[in-house]
Design a protein around this ligand. Structure first.
Ligand code: SF4
Ligand code: SF4
Length: 170
């Protein structure tokens, strides 16, 4: 994954891609979910997360209570000790998140060191399979310049929608 190229492209396109996602909140093209599913499948043919790991380097998952119990048990630690060692609490919403960026569990080979027991938030990222897609626009607006797969998906959706539907150009 050429992350420098991704950053350049994301910087160039992100305003228009965010405007497109914002419009999805108002106008949803007919049969949009099928287009999303087909386009997403094509995106994953082209993108390999194991050569990227940008989400683990630049973002943090939110740890739910069951994540905390499962991962602390793996390290034979209590949940409070696990939190003290690796996490911090978001002051605004109280969420437990990584204290360090990149994630402390990211290995030098860019693989997750706790892959089998990783937080549900990591397992679900980048959330392209959430349905209906348009109701998750805010998530994708936030991630379109952070995740190359989300960037590619939204770029392709924007082109397809503007070419095939009566959809206001952004
Ligand atoms: S737990 Fe694993 S998948 Fe999640 S951010 Fe850390 S390294 Fe990445
Ligand atoms: S989910 Fe996105 S940011 Fe994370 S590794 Fe895959 S392509 Fe990269």
């Amino acid at each position: 994954m050429d992350l420098e190229r991704f950053h350049r492209r994301a910087l160039h396109h992100r305003r228009r891609l965010r405007a497109f996602l914002q419009k999805l909140g108002e106008v949803v093209p007919e049969d949009f979910q099928s287009l999303v599913d087909e386009t997403d499948a094509a995106v994953w043919q082209a993108i390999d997360c194991t050569t990227c790991a940008h989400c683990c380097k630049a973002m943090t998952p939110t740890y739910r209570a069951d994540d905390l119990r499962r991962i602390a048990r793996h390290f034979r630690m209590s949940v409070p000790d696990f939190k003290t060692k690796w996490l911090t609490q978001n002051e605004e919403n109280g969420d437990w998140v990584n204290r360090e960026t990149p994630c402390s569990f990211l290995r030098p080979d860019d693989r997750c060191g706790i892959y089998e027991i990783r937080p549900a938030d990591c397992a679900g990222f980048p959330h392209h399979n959430k349905k209906p897609f348009d109701e998750w626009s805010d998530t994708f607006i936030g991630n379109v310049d952070k995740c190359p797969a989300t960037f590619e998906l939204v770029l392709r959706l924007k082109k397809a929608v503007e070419a095939g539907w009566d959809f206001p150009e952004t």
